[in-house]
Design a protein around this ligand. Sequence first.
Ligand SMILES: Nc1ncnc2c1ncn2[C@@H]1O[C@H](COP(=O)(O)OP(=O)(O)OP(=O)(O)O)[C@@H](O)[C@H]1O
Ligand SMILES: [Mg+2]
Length: 298
Amino acid sequence: MSYATADQGTIRRTRVIRTFGAMSQLTAPPPTRPAAAGGTTLDHVRPAAASLRSVVKTSGVGDRAVRALDDVSISFEVGAFTAIMGPSGSGKSTLLNVLAGLDRVDDGMVEIGGVDIGELNDRDLTRLRRRRLGFVFQSFNLMPALSAHENIVLPKQLDRAAVDADELTGLVERLGLSERLGHRPGELSGGQQQRVAVARALLGKPDLVVCDEPTGALDSTSGAEVLSALRTATTERHQTVVMVTHDPAAAAYADRVVIVRDGRITHLLDTPTVDSIVAFIADDAHADVSTSETAVWS
Ligand SMILES: Nc1ncnc2c1ncn2[C@@H]1O[C@H](COP(=O)(O)OP(=O)(O)OP(=O)(O)O)[C@@H](O)[C@H]1O
Ligand SMILES: [Mg+2]
């Protein structure tokens, strides 16, 4: 298994071998992505859709304050599909929330499309979120009194933005929702509701789509439809997707997996497969046994 380690802002690609919790690192790995002209890797030529730089975020107050993100730096390339995994409470949702401007950071910087969102007032941040970001949550977050169609176009209406009818038709067809547009969420299955949420997130082609356990409440067939739609958004529409998941099968749709632990990014798994992710998690469990820590990955 080949993956990368990351610590405190500087991310180095290395080949890592773990044996019962002991980790030895060998240097000078081969590049894991194709080299571009001039010998540089695509990592260096593809622009970032969003990035965190030295981000610190504390959650809770007083005795209960937790450093949910502890000096996190990472870039998300345009058109890349990234999965974020890690034990429960490791900071995955916090990372996603600060990346999407839903929470402000205590220290460090968050950039979306080259804009330092810490510099924006609340009104401009809301506008940027509406125009450049799409959101998908485990709990769907649909308006129960509105039809599927009304839910999908609602953010555009709130932004007084025009809806591209051809794009909407293409999205609902691809997501298998054409016959369900007049239904309210209560009249739809969980999978159909989540596909409505995905159509809402993708409509208008936002640069960055963030998803927090989008398949967590779905059966495997519905989950696969949602994941395929997210995958297509990156490969055909060059949108950037960042998805938190506990499921190795979901994470294997991504171009890379970012491992978060105790508020820090500890590993990057390039071109992940279900097997390589499962093997990593099993190794991590061995590491926990040796340090008497308990990590719950799901
Ligand atoms: N509102 C809050 N008040 C206090 N602590 C919080 C709050 N929100 C999150 N935390 C703490 O911050 C840390 C990171 O939480 P976060 O929700 O980001 O974890 P997670 O990796 O998404 O976990 P899970 O897999 O269970 O969803 C945890 O220790 C959590 O208890
Ligand atoms: Mg979470």
